[in-house]
Ligand binder design. Structure first.
Ligand SMILES: C[S@@+](CC[C@H](N)C(=O)[O-])C[C@H]1O[C@@H](n2cnc3c(N)ncnc32)[C@H](O)[C@@H]1O
Length: 205
């Protein structure tokens, strides 16, 4: 919904968003009219514009599950960075995913009109480095008691620092930093979400 884009724009930065879902663009534009959001795929879009930072939050890189997808997204980020600019993103971190293993989870939310129950049943593919998070969502209308149920699968790739380093080099960037999401600790097998920072190298480097 463009939450982070909205916060960054509010702090005075010029922000351009890229999103492939028309529905999500519409939702983001309602909440953050001051942010430009362009319809496009982070693996392919070319804006003919350079930026100081390319930011990808909430595990969008983990949604790129094949090496081809990751390479294309990293190439796209590099194509939009000025020399020395940074690509920052958070991903699921392999050591923690394999150590802790994803578990079934239930989340319940409600407002005045409806109750939502979301059951997540993850399965790990240890050979592909991804987790299929199978969501089953039930929405109950409080007034009528009528229920609607739908299923969704989110395939999430987990990453290890040495492969991030390799993907970065292939796209003419260097890995300069990795830290535990939000508290900045050194990543460990306890760290599900890690933020990485890559820097674009100068053309002749
Ligand atoms: C977890 S949300 C990201 C939320 C966003 N960072 C924010 O702060 O609101 C994932 C979004 O990424 C979008 N997405 C995933 N892969 C994409 C791709 N290859 N290109 C463009 N958008 C993508 C999805 O459509 C979805 O709306």
């Amino acid at each position: 919904t463009g939450k982070h884009a909205g916060l960054l724009a509010k702090s005075g930065l010029a922000v351009t968003g890229v999103e492939r879902s028309a529905e999500m663009i519409a939702a983001a534009q309602v909440q953050h009219a001051n942010v430009e959001i362009i319809a496009g795929d982070a693996r392919a879009v070319r804006l003919e514009q350079k930026f100081d930072v390319v930011l990808s939050l909430f595990h969008v890189v983990s949604y790129q599950t094949t090496n081809d997808d990751v390479t294309k997204m990293f190439d796209t980020a590099a194509a939009h960075l000025r020399d020395g600019g940074c690509f920052m993103f958070d991903v699921w971190y392999g050591p923690a995913v394999l150590r802790q293993l994803p578990e079934p989870r239930v989340k319940e939310m409600e407002d005045d009109r409806s109750q939502v129950r979301r059951v997540a049943k993850p399965t790990v593919d240890f050979n592909q480095n991804w987790v299929d998070v199978n969501y089953s969502i039930t929405v109950t209308d409080k007034a009528s008691g009528q229920q609607e149920q739908f299923d969704e699968c989110h395939r999430m790739r987990y990453f290890f620092a040495p492969e991030i380093d390799l993907f970065a080099r292939a796209s003419r960037m260097e890995l300069v930093h990795g830290e535990q999401w939000l508290d900045r600790a050194v990543p460990s097998a306890e760290t599900w979400g890690v933020t990485f920072i890559l820097r674009k190298q100068k053309q002749n480097q």
